[in-house]
Design a protein around this ligand. Structure first.
Ligand code: FEO
Length: 406
């Protein structure tokens, strides 16, 4: 397998995981790439490695650039998570780097994973790594999305290595973003941000504020997943991250539901219709079909979370709890919340959902809506009223006096 030239002296030597379906709870329906980059400086330098099973693919690509006597002089670990460090212990053994660099927190994390901390040298924000005729500068990006996360910048080639930042789970053999379908990339950027980075949006906004003050002339951004950004798309990931991180109110609601005998489903569809009647957009997720990360991705384009479940054994359905637990962990901002569900005799699901929504700091539209057993016409009218109330509150939050669409 061949490396791909990125700039005069930087090559992509990563691996493509066409089969990846799941990444710690996040469904990755287009696979992923584990990007590693080789810098042909006086000191041959490898930026990050790959997931352990993909080591040979990376070695082949490295060999395609520097031949069979494969050896790197310097190795930099920008992020300690195992999709980038899994191959690291074997790479150290096989490629025998003289120096290995990571952020101070990176050294702690890599030591905790592999017991290799004593082999590593710390590099902090503002410090440099000499590659002989070139220099890498470090910018720690703590909690984006791990404590160890770090960017490195190669001034001579104007390349920023951004580890998970500005990346996406998207298996493609077209390494440059400009050669890929924009709509696919936009969808996958959103999915990645919502499922991985959303809880760290305050840190993203801070980084976007601080980054220009570093005066780095960046012409290429090399993330550790998905395509490389340059040319006309260079600034797109920064613009998108700003919009994703700000999470401004938008006139769209998510209605998610699970159902036992279709009663909660009928409620969901009439609530969604009421939201539409009020002039807001709505996306309906039946949890028979949608995954937790499908719903999460929609959080970036919605400002009301309306969740429904029947009551079973004095609680909500397990899938509803699964999705709400996941969404709560993502800490979305500026959300309205509402709960609904059918019940037989006890009807706890609505209160249980409200507790999740309150934990998420969503602003509850009301105490929620419960219907016993099977909704009748009058009950379905109540569902539409409930939806209209949610829609109206959503428009009010968006300061819209007219029905609005995205
Ligand atoms: Fe791609 Fe946080 O690992």
């Amino acid at each position: 397998m061949q490396a791909i030239k990125i700039t005069d002296h930087v090559y992509w030597v990563g691996a493509i995981d066409w089969a990846l379906k799941e990444f710690h709870g996040y469904t990755t329906h287009r696979g992923s790439t584990y990007n590693a980059f080789l810098i042909l400086a006086d000191k041959i330098t490898l930026i990050d490695t790959v997931k352990a099973p993909f080591k040979q693919e990376m070695y082949e690509r490295i060999r395609s650039v520097i031949g069979d006597e494969t050896k790197v002089d310097i190795l930099v670990s920008n992020h300690a998570e195992m999709d980038h460090s899994g191959a690291l212990p074997e790479v150290i053994r096989d490629l025998k780097p003289e120096k290995i660099y990571a952020s101070p927190m990176g050294i702690k994390a890599l030591d905790a994973h592999f017991g290799i901390g004593s082999l590593l040298t710390a590099v902090k924000t503002g410090e440099s790594i000499s590659l002989g005729n070139m220099t890498l500068s470090a910018v720690e990006t703590r909690m984006l999305h791990w404590p160890d996360s770090m960017f490195t910048y190669l001034a001579e080639e104007k390349v920023l290595f951004s580890q998970d930042g500005f990346g996406m789970h998207f298996a493609t053999d077209k390494i440059f973003a400009v050669d890929n379908d924009w709509h696919v990339m936009l969808e996958e950027m959103k999915r990645y941000y919502a499922n991985i980075l959303l809880p760290y949006s305050p840190q993203v906004l801070n980084l976007l504020k601080v980054f220009p003050t570093l005066n780095l002339d960046v012409q290429t951004i090399c993330p550790d997943h998905g395509p490389v950004w340059n040319g006309e798309l260079l600034l797109k990931p920064l613009e998108l991250y700003k919009a994703f991180a700000e999470q401004q109110y938008v006139p769209r609601a998510i209605v998610l539901y699970d159902t036992m005998w279709h009663s909660t489903e009928k409620m969901a569809l009439h609530i969604a219709d009421g939201i539409r009647q009020a002039g807001a957009d709505v996306r309906v997720f039946a949890l028979d079909a949608a995954t937790r990360s499908d719903v999460a991705a929609e959080l970036l384009d919605a400002s009301a979370l309306v969740a429904g479940s029947p009551t079973i054994n004095n609680d909500m359905y397990p899938r509803t709890a699964d999705v709400l637990t996941y969404l709560r962990g993502l800490r979305p901002k500026n959300m309205l919340g509402a709960a609904f569900g059918s019940y037989g005799w006890s009807g706890e699901s609505v209160a249980k959902i409200n507790a999740y929504l309150t934990d998420m700091k969503a602003e509850l539209v009301s105490d929620g809506l419960k219907i016993q057993y099977v909704p009748k016409d009058a009950d379905l009218e109540k569902c539409e009223d409930f939806g209209r109330e949610i829609g109206a509150r959503l428009l009010e939050k968006c300061h819209l006096t007219q029905p609005g669409k995205l």
